[in-house]
Write a protein that binds this ligand. Structure first.
Ligand code: CMC
Length: 429
């Protein structure tokens, strides 16, 4: 149902005062600030909503991604994710997210060149990464790398200037895999591999990871490109709303993206793909699946890669990834962990605990298996997510900056601490 069909008014009676108020319903929402008119006295602050974790609060109006979690629908700028995964490329999707329309052939050619030309990073980035411990987690390195980009491009602070901000947005997409590649090679004690502007984006990623001599099978390159498309945006998720929130202070976009990378790192968000592989290895074999599921039901473990704040149905991205698994395993041979994953999914989907709570596989359940088949170690999985999510972060940042209704992000609180009390000297406590 379109949200317009839900427009009308809402009448509320405050039983404390008997007074009645009418609120406009627009796009299926009421304005939270209007509730402030509901007061018991003139000096009353007015009614607030209490919404920990933003379970039912829209923080923006957005034209980028449509998500219907009950019906498993995901569209970027109106285009179904299934069609984009089948027919488009990651850079075309990146343009779509930022600019709102699919690019013309000339625009796509220019954008592809713009990104390729921006992929290399200042030598000081690799120098900084070399100062890290060999086992430094690449997400920490990536996060710091974006802090460093903010120092290398101080002009990005001019967030109202179109050339400056477009430069920063394109740099974000272009340099995310390069810094990821530097971090990856550092973990292996190797020097970085420079990007090659003559190669497509996804081939460049694989070569920057595995070496200039590595010749990836085109089917693997395509599978990687599809994975990046599937991760490109997901409306107001934890990292994207972090980018918006931090960006609302008018800091430069590199710094806002660094904060987004930090948010993505957590195991309940982008870190879940790494956690899935750890979980599958711990389970060890298909026979141990029922025992693990019992542990989940007894709240001793989480079934990583399952459940979603918004999807209460099969995540459409998981369906596409499952199919991509088949294509990749045709080239690489089947990952033995796949058997455990398939069994786990089947047991969980038939178990009342998961049925009742509408817990289905999410994007992270199968993506790690593909990354592993590509030879990418599990510490790098969340970096792959960040590379994919970069266009979404910057498109959402741009939409926020251009939205005249947005201000610095600043939630309210319900204070539950002590009333005023007098300071007690340390000797008397
Ligand atoms: N395993 C076991 N139980 C679960 C799981 C899970 N993966 N997810 C949710 N539940 C249970 C939860 O315990 C709760 O049960 P009850 O109502 O009896 O207390 C119920 O399902 C509702 O869960 P919730 O924690 O209130 O849901 P949420 O919207 O706050 O959390 C989530 C969403 C994704 C954080 C959560 O499902 C989770 O922790 N999943 C595992 C981590 C994961 O796969 N994350 C990737 C998410 S998709 C990619 C991304 O956005 O990064």
């Amino acid at each position: 149902m379109s949200t317009e069909a839900q427009d009308g008014t809402l009448t509320v009676t405050d039983n404390r005062t008997g007074q009645t108020y009418e609120f406009a319903i627009t796009d299926g929402t009421i304005r939270a600030t209007e509730l402030r008119n509901i007061r018991v006295s003139d000096d009353d602050f007015g009614l607030m909503t209490y919404d920990p974790a933003f379970m039912n609060t829209a923080s923006c109006r957005s034209a980028i991604t449509y998500l219907d979690g009950d019906n498993g629908v995901l569209r970027y700028r109106g285009y179904p994710i299934e069609q984009l995964a089948e027919k488009s490329t990651f850079l075309e999707v990146a343009w779509l997210l930022i600019h709102g329309e699919l690019p013309t052939a000339a625009e796509l050619t220019q954008f592809t060149k713009d990104i390729a030309d921006r992929m290399s990073v200042d030598p000081s980035v690799e120098a900084a990464v070399k100062a890290y411990r060999k086992d430094a987690h690449p997400m920490g390195v990536l996060e710091a790398g974006f802090g460093q980009l903010s120092t290398l491009y101080p002009e990005a602070k001019e967030i109202e200037s179109d050339p400056e901000r477009m430069d920063a947005l394109y740099n974000t997409i272009a340099k995310m895999p390069t810094i990821g590649g530097v971090a990856f090679r550092h973990n292996q004690g190797k020097d970085s591999v420079a990007p090659d502007p003559s190669l497509d984006y996804s081939t460049n990623i694989l070569k920057m990871f595995f070496g200039a001599d590595y010749e990836p099978d085109p089917r693997l390159v395509r599978a990687l490109d599809i994975l990046l498309i599937l991760h490109a945006d997901h409306e107001q998720n934890c990292s994207t709303s972090t980018v918006r929130s931090v960006g609302s202070s008018q800091v430069d976009p590199y710094s806002a993206v660094a904060a987004g990378i930090a948010a993505l790192y957590g195991p309940l968000h982008g870190g879940a793909n790494e956690a899935v592989l750890v979980m599958l290895r711990e389970i060890g074999s298909k026979e141990n699946v029922p025992e693990f599921v019992e542990k989940v039901k007894n709240r001793e473990a989480l079934l990583m890669g399952f459940g979603h704040r918004v999807y209460k149905n099969y995540d459409p991205r998981a369906t596409i990834i499952k199919k991509a698994c088949d294509d990749v395993f045709e080239v690489t041979g089947v990952n033995p962990l796949l058997e455990i994953a398939v069994e786990l999914e089947s047991v969980a989907l038939n178990d009342e605990f998961f049925i009742q709570r509408k817990l289905y596989p999410n994007v992270d359940f199968y993506s790690g298996l593909i990354y592993e088949a590509l030879g990418i170690p599990s510490e790098m999985f969340t970096v792959m997510f960040a590379i994919g999510r970069a266009p979404g972060w910057v498109a959402q940042w741009l939409e926020m900056i251009n939205d005249k209704e947005q201000k610095i992000s600043r939630p309210r609180q319900v204070y539950v601490g002590p009333d005023e009390r007098d300071y007690v000297d340390v000797g008397s406590r």
